[in-house]
Write a protein that binds this ligand. Structure first.
Ligand code: C5P
Length: 224
């Protein structure tokens, strides 16, 4: 660190799924691999940024030179992000569970089918981390970037999301093909005044390109 287009920049990134407990042995989660977020953390560190990576449970080794903060739930992820501020750029790549079981039992639930009725699970809404950080009055990162996975009308939905969340850029992921959990990604970078469609490429390459864009935006000298 100390060298590169992003030296002196603090980058905060979320990656992976969150895991929402139902009881000590069960949880709600999703299939996020964390690959794209980890690749972005690595690419920013390679350009000299000071990187904090807040990650849910994934099977990946932390990139070199990155400060890894491991969490499980969405609420822990939000707290870890707030604790890591101030940051110059926030990139919300995590697949945050939108809902959690309203009550996490402290003892293993007995849910065998002894009764005639299936047990019901009450859900509570999780905080929206991207929206929360985008709307901070104090300590809002200068550049806030969200991700959006869409199967159709990618740009329209992404643009609506940009406005709803209050972020600066959206990396819209075209998941109509087979990119979910795969090694490649097809993205459109949406800003307030333009959209840029990138060809299908490896997640590492998406990360490198995004890191260059970020450097250019934050006033680095390696943009393009
Ligand atoms: O609304 P949607 O889940 O499609 O938005 C995706 C974007 O919002 C991603 O950048 C994701 O990391 C972020 N997000 C979040 N907290 C949530 C839900 C989504 O930060 N509870």
């Amino acid at each position: 660190q100390g060298q590169g287009a992003l030296s002196g920049v603090h980058a905060l990134i979320t990656a992976g799924p969150t895991r929402e407990p139902l009881d000590p042995v069960r949880y709600l989660s999703n299939h996020s691999s964390g690959r794209q977020g980890y690749a972005i953390a690595a690419a920013l560190a390679a350009q000299g940024a000071d990187v904090t990576l807040v990650s849910g449970p994934v099977a990946l080794a932390p990139p070199r030179g990155v400060t890894l903060v491991k969490i499980e739930t969405a609420r822990q992820m939000l707290k870890a992000c707030e604790d890591a501020l101030p940051a110059d750029v926030f990139i919300s790549v995590a697949a945050v569970a939108d809902w959690r079981p309203a009550r996490a039992a402290t003892k293993k639930l007995k849910i065998k089918a002894t009764d005639a009725e299936a047990p019901a699970m009450e859900l509570a809404e999780n905080p929206d981390i991207l929206k929360t950080l985008s709307n901070k009055r104090k300590n809002r990162p200068r550049l806030v970037i969200g991700f959006a996975a869409e199967t159709h009308d990618v740009e329209d939905y992404a643009r609506a999301k940009l406005a709803r969340k209050g972020c600066d850029w959206i990396v819209a992921n075209d998941v109509s093909g087979d990119v979910m959990g795969g090694a490649e990604n097809e993205v459109v970078l949406i800003t307030h005044d333009q959209s840029e469609r990138w060809p299908r490429m490896g997640k590492e390459e998406v990360a490198t390109r995004l890191a260059r864009k970020i450097a250019a935006e934050l006033g680095g000298d390696d943009g393009g």
